[in-house]
Design a protein around this ligand. Structure first.
Ligand SMILES: C[S@@+](CC[C@H](N)C(=O)[O-])C[C@H]1O[C@@H](n2cnc3c(N)ncnc32)[C@H](O)[C@@H]1O
Length: 286
């Protein structure tokens, strides 16, 4: 069996999904009193990911006497392109990664429409257009993702995907809390003269949080997959616990966004971290 995690990152979660899958295969075979199949575990992320750490952990998984794991490997590259040979994969998983778009919405960039105008009036006027552009980009990317994965899976192969989203009954009237906080901190930096306004206006967080209705519609329209189960969890409670202090929250923002912030604005992370008071404002309004 070939299994892969797409967007594995390099932290403690990098092996979590594939390890669970290997355990599940093993206990299923034990129940059926069958020998487990040989398993090949592959981990994917963008080429800039810290694959050295991932490889060390993968080798540990390989040596951990897990009866089923015969080969391990990495597959660097974007999951918005082909990653595996046709009809080769049995199980594909991905968690918290498909929120990342392949690119920021082109219509916004081409027409110089900032994602988050410093001016509040202009911002709320443009917001529906901005959110729609993000939704369209997600639709394109997720459709492409499904088409590619359908080619790579064996017939009756399975995919398990989790992503951060919003409930369908909550209309998208604002950015996700993470994007909003990033824009808020950066806009304060513009107002304080620490950040260049032009640079801020051309910065787009390449993340979208779809509703479960959107995800279902895209899967049905694309047509390669049928949905066996869809669960919606409310992350607010966990999120509040996990991010219970401003510094924890800023650390999370940093972990998620430092590369794209530094790439766009240069060395601004000190100022970004120093603006924890804005994070406090977010916590009060979220
Ligand atoms: C928030 S982390 C999730 C890590 C882990 N899966 C988890 O659930 O904790 C998102 C990961 O997706 C990766 N990612 C984003 N876009 C990607 C793409 N187009 N192809 C492959 N990986 C991508 C990022 O590099 C990052 O490591």
């Amino acid at each position: 069996m070939l299994i892969a995690d797409l967007g594995c990152s390099s932290g403690p979660n990098a092996l979590a999904l594939v390890s669970i899958a290997v355990e599940a295969i093993h206990s299923h075979c034990l129940q059926l009193q069958q020998p487990p199949p040989e398993v090949c575990v592959l981990l994917n992320d963008l080429p800039d990911n810290d694959f050295n750490t991932v490889v060390k952990n993968l080798v540990m998984l390989h040596q951990s006497n897990k009866p089923a794991v015969v080969t391990v490997g990495i597959t660097p590259g974007s999951f918005y392109e082909r990653l595996f040979t046709s009809g080769s994969m049995h199980l594909l998983c991905s968690s918290n990664s498909l929120n990342w778009l392949s690119k920021v919405p082109e219509d916004l960039m081409r027409n110089w429409i900032p994602a988050y105008d410093v001016d509040e009036h202009a911002r709320s006027e443009r917001l529906p257009m901005v959110l729609e552009a993000y939704a369209q980009q997600f639709r394109k990317d997720f459709t492409n993702f499904l088409e590619l994965r359908a080619k790579e899976l064996v017939s009756k192969g399975r995919m398990v995907v989790s992503l951060v989203g919003r409930r369908s009954d909550v209309t998208a009237t604002k950015f996700s809390y993470l994007s909003r906080t990033i824009y808020q901190i950066l806009s304060v930096m513009v107002l304080e003269g620490v950040n260049d306004k032009e640079k801020f206006d051309s910065f787009y967080v390449p993340v979208y949080e779809p509703s479960n209705k959107e995800v279902r519609e895209i899967i049905q329209e694309e047509g390669s997959f049928s949905i066996r189960e869809m669960q919606v969890h409310d992350p607010t409670t966990d999120m509040n616990n996990a991010l219970s202090t401003p510094s924890k929250f800023v650390n999370l923002l940093r972990a998620l966004c430092e590369p794209i912030l530094v790439q766009h604005f240069g060395d601004v992370m000190c100022e970004f971290r120093a603006l924890q008071s804005v994070t406090g404002a977010w916590r009060a309004t979220c």
